[in-house]
Design a protein around this ligand. Structure first.
Ligand code: FPP
Length: 247
């Protein structure tokens, strides 16, 4: 089916998810299947990031949160980490002006202090350059782990209580959520994971409480905007009850 036909079906099929989160999995297998080094799989995955952004702009998804590099990924071989860091810088240099023109506001979530200085500078540059974009909020999770994020929020709450800025009985779900990296966005409505794996892998454990899951067998570098549209159509077929009974 063509892009236009899929978009038409989406428009007729119901609500668009406000926030879509993606675990971009399968870059390594994509490369290995072609007898290529793993970093070339990540380079091909960068093109799929562009497809996902296009799909969000075309459908009106307001927030796209991508899992690009986990805290556990620091344990990968040094050459793969170096390749991922330089791809991140390449992505920023290559896409920055286009993202700005298309009013995409880019943010990075995670322990950014662990990034090499040049990557950190590139990250700060694109965040400043695209600030205020109102067509799409693009969150890229780098050096990110959800348990660490929740632990950090708990520590911030403890500090506020210890300093007398709040009392222990003011610690509730909203107070904790306000201290997560995602504080300013609604929780994801839809989680897409590629390459057929059915795990959360320490990604947005708190925020995905009521998200619908779409697991695609397609490896991330092959995940086109049409696949993204199909994930939205799948989401539109779901009956979201949030723990309540159907009305
Ligand atoms: C998981 O595949 C993917 C990653 C660890 C990196 C994701 C990075 C990109 C898509 C490119 C850079 C992105 C941006 C936003 C600059 P895997 O290596 O775990 O694949 P495997 O499970 O097949 O081994």
């Amino acid at each position: 089916m063509s892009d236009d036909a899929l978009l038409q079906r989406i428009r007729l099929s119901g609500a668009i998810p406000t926030h879509v989160a993606v675990i971009m999995d399968g870059n390594g297998r994509w490369a290995q299947g072609r007898s290529l080094p793993r970093p070339l799989g990540h380079a091909a995955g960068m093109a799929a990031v562009r497809e996902a952004v296009e799909a969000c702009l075309a459908t009106g998804v307001a927030v796209l949160t991508l899992f690009a590099f986990s805290q556990e990924n620091w344990q990968r071989p040094a050459d793969e980490i170096a390749a991922l860091m330089s791809l991140l810088e390449e992505y920023i240099e290559r896409e920055m002006s286009d993202l700005r023109e298309r009013r995409v506001a880019v943010r990075f979530l995670g322990e950014l202090d662990r990034l090499v200085p040049s990557a950190r500078e590139a990250v700060d540059r694109i965040v400043a350059t695209t600030a205020g974009g109102d067509a799409l909020a693009l969150n890229i999770c780098v050096s990110y782990g959800s348990r660490a994020e929740i632990t950090r929020a708990a520590r911030l709450l403890a500090e506020d209580v210890a300093a007398g800025r709040m009392s222990a009985d003011q610690v509730d779900e909203e107070a904790l959520a306000r201290r997560l990296y995602t504080a300013e966005w609604p929780d994801p409505d839809l989680l897409i994971r590629t390459s057929g794996e059915q795990r959360l892998s320490n990604f947005l454990l708190w925020q995905l409480a009521y998200a619908e899951f779409h697991v695609s067998p397609v490896l991330w570098p092959d995940f086109t905007r049409q696949h993204f549209f199909e994930a939205i159509l799948d989401f539109q077929r779901r009956d979201r009850r949030f723990g309540r009974v159907p009305v």
